[in-house]
Ligand binder design. Structure first.
Ligand code: 5AD
Ligand code: SF4
Length: 450
């Protein structure tokens, strides 16, 4: 295998799982001599790790490919090669079509096959034609990944524990692009977490499309849920904070809720998408819960952990959504009071049931509803941040800030906090008195290192 020094540029779209996947691709490529570059023009390999969840995602990728194709041509004129790879969910959904429309592309591979990158690159070199790999292979793509002590950047990191989805919400492509639900074995997750802790990671965010449906096998071959996994992870020395995302209301089990009451390492912040506050829309979305059952979960979470804050996902303009359905969503938002939320205009995804509906909502109506919803959520978020002023919160210091002598850290609620502190404190948690609030961050000063 050719291990001469080479450069790879990876552009990541979409969710945190893609961020994690891109990291793993870098890990897989490092032994082949690939170092990362931030400049695509000088890359020997450009990877677009794509997202297919909403809006003309494929079109964005094709337009990006147009730009990269020109870079490839410029490099060829200088006598150097550039390979172009399309990875992720657009690759999974489009497959061969990508090579037809963008013949400059050398590799197309889905989210389940990036561990095969060395073989795919070798095949490309031998056959001298584009390689398309969009199967769901039987082997475990996590197996053997990153077992070398590769340096991780930073004190907060993602760790994928579960992938795929069997819920088939009627608007969503994930069950088709990421495949059916799969949980990594407990020991494999713990081993990766221990390695991360040894490399300085203090905060772990467990990732999965349905992370709270986690059911990995433990060393004795018994199934363990997310609550059990969190308990195991919290015993690892060096891991001070745990989070998990994204959860489904149907999988907020009693033991997971109890874990929030018992486990201090579990941060009091939960992302729990509801999508809509209208029962008839929730039914059409095939969500398997009602607005009321969602609110009862929130109540139970607040009993378990009174300082918990919530974030959510919302879709406006789902086919058939009436003004009164939309008002039910606003009512639910007022009822819950979110610390933050992600909201989207419904976007028909080819191959999903909702895309076939003849009750599509006009673009202008969707835009108007989105604006109303975002104004409400923005007001809640601003109030939540403003209420931090005057409080003392534990902040995990992550990196130097923009100004000299400044560090940036994170509150338990994922807010960025700026404060003056010595860089030797990076990686520690300091009690910070919050004195100011900006648009996207807080500022404060600390008393004692913990
Ligand atoms: N249109 C709009 N939003 C969508 N989401 C998923 N599919 C669609 C779609 N077709 C949103 C949901 C989900 C988040 C990750 O993206 O709110 O929770
Ligand atoms: Fe998509 Fe629904 Fe599965 Fe979430 S639970 S990934 S929204 S199908």
């Amino acid at each position: 295998m050719d291990n001469a020094p080479k450069k790879v540029f990876v552009k990541t779209y979409g969710c945190q799982m893609n961020v994690y996947d891109s990291e793993r691709m870098r890990d897989v490529l490092a032994p082949l001599g690939y170092a990362e570059t931030g400049t695509p023009e000088e890359a020997d390999l450009v990877i677009l790790n794509t997202c297919h969840i909403r809006e003309k995602a494929a079109e964005k990728v094709y337009s990006e490919l147009g730009k990269i194709r020109r870079m490839k041509r410029d490099r060829a004129e200088q006598g150097a090669e550039m390979l172009i790879a399309v990875a992720g969910c657009v690759a999974q959904a489009e497959g061969e079509e990508i090579v037809r429309r963008a013949p400059a592309v050398d590799l197309v591979f889905g989210p389940q096959t990036y561990h095969r990158l060395p073989q795919l690159l070798a095949r490309r070199r031998e056959d001298r034609k584009a390689v398309v790999e969009t199967e769901f292979p039987a082997e475990d793509k996590f197996h053997g990944l990153g077992e070398e002590a590769l340096p991780r950047k930073g004190v907060a990191a993602f760790l994928t524990v579960q992938e795929g989805c069997d819920k088939f919400c009627s608007f969503c492509v994930v069950p088709y692009t990421r495949g059916s639900e799969f949980s990594r074995p407990v020991e494999q997750v713990l081993a990766e977490a221990r390695r991360m802790a040894a490399q300085g990671v203090r905060e772990l965010t467990l990732l999965g499309q349905n992370v709270n449906a986690y059911h990995g096998l433990d060393a004795r071959g018994r199934s363990m849920g997310l609550a059990g996994l969190v308990a195991e992870l919290s015993r690892i020395e060096g891991i001070e904070r745990l989070r998990y995302t994204t959860s489904h209301p149907r999988d907020m089990t009693e033991d997971l809720i109890a874990a929030h009451a018992e486990n201090r390492k579990l941060m009091p912040y939960l992302h729990l998408p509801v999508q809509s506050g209208s029962d008839s829309i929730l039914k059409a979305m095939n969500r398997g819960h009602t607005a009321e059952s969602y609110l009862r979960i929130i109540d139970r979470m607040r009993v378990a952990r009174p300082d918990i804050a919530l974030s959510g996902d919302f879709i406006v303009g789902f086919p058939g959504e009436t003004v009164s359905d939309f008002e039910s969503t606003l009512k639910l938002i007022k009822n819950v009071g979110y610390a933050s939320a992600y909201s989207f205009k419904y976007s028909p995804r080819p191959g999903t049931p909702a895309a076939e509906s003849d009750k599509q909502i006009s673009e202008s109506e969707k835009s108007a509803r989105l604006q109303d919803l975002q104004a409400l959520v923005h007001a809640q978020q601003t109030a939540f941040n403003a209420a931090m002023v005057g409080r003392t919160v534990p902040v995990l210091l992550e990196k130097p800030g923009r100004d000299p002598g400044q560090l940036v850290g994170r509150s338990p609620y994922l807010q960025s906090v700026h404060l003056q502190a010595s860089p030797t404190l990076i990686g520690t948690i300091v009690d910070t008195h919050i004195s100011g609030v900006g648009t996207n961050s807080l500022s404060g000063h600390y008393a004692n290192a913990v």
